[in-house]
Design a protein around this ligand. Structure first.
Ligand code: IMP
Ligand code: MG
Length: 184
């Protein structure tokens, strides 16, 4: 398949993503099989939607799904550092539920550390996190995900749900975006 003209190179191929999804879904199946609670996969919109869709097809234990939307990014490739909840959960009692937050990528760590605290305050039985990608070099707050697909270097990436300015989400691979696209 021809590379998108704005992509410098493929960082995680479709095939590699497929094996990450299989590995993580097997870990999740194993870890939650005997919990005895409801199990909620919580997709963080919009970037995690493709990863979540693939994961839920491979997980074999019963799952519920829900969605939240938060913003930490200003325009472009820089984080604003403030978290705003744009779409919230509408259930009030989570005491019978294990929540697994599904994220596309961890950068500063602010989004997930905020969300974990927020969902614990809502009384969830447990709150864990799963990310496709992690850029540990970029961390501003101490945060380690429970499940991680791949650690990547500090590059701005797009595809498989991840965007730049709402573009490139539908690419089937994760690629490094050419700097000329955002350094104008
Ligand atoms: P954090 O709160 O700084 O960890 O931000 C995580 C969020 O920033 C992710 O959910 C993405 O929406 C966005 N983000 C961080 N790095 C990238 C990237 O390389 N490409 C696209 N989005 C990114
Ligand atoms: Mg995101």
């Amino acid at each position: 398949m021809a590379l998108n003209k704005d992509v410098e190179k493929v960082l995680v191929s479709e095939e590699e993503i497929g094996s990450i999804v299989k590995r993580i879904s097997a870990e999740i199946d194993r870890d939650y099989a005997n919990s005895g609670k409801k199990f909620l996969l919580l997709c963080i919109l919009k970037g995690s939607v493709v990863f979540m869709g693939d994961l839920m097809k491979h997980i074999t234990i019963p799952v519920e799904i829900d969605f939240m939307k938060v913003s930490s990014y200003g325009a472009g490739t820089q984080t604003s550092g403030r978290i705003n909840i744009l779409l919230d959960l509408h259930r009030s009692d989570f005491s019978d539920t294990d929540i697994l937050i599904i994220e596309d990528i961890i950068d500063s760590g602010r989004t997930l550390s905020y969300l974990v605290e927020y969902l614990k305050l809502k009384g969830a039985n447990s709150v864990k996190t799963c990310t496709l990608l992690d850029k540990p070099e970029r961390r501003e707050v101490d945060f380690t995900p429970d499940y991680c697909g791949l650690k990547i270097p500090d590059e701005f990436v797009v595809g498989y749900g991840l965007d730049y300015d709402e573009q490139y989400r539908a690419l089937p691979y994760v690629g490094i975006l050419k700097r000329s696209v955002y350094e104008k």
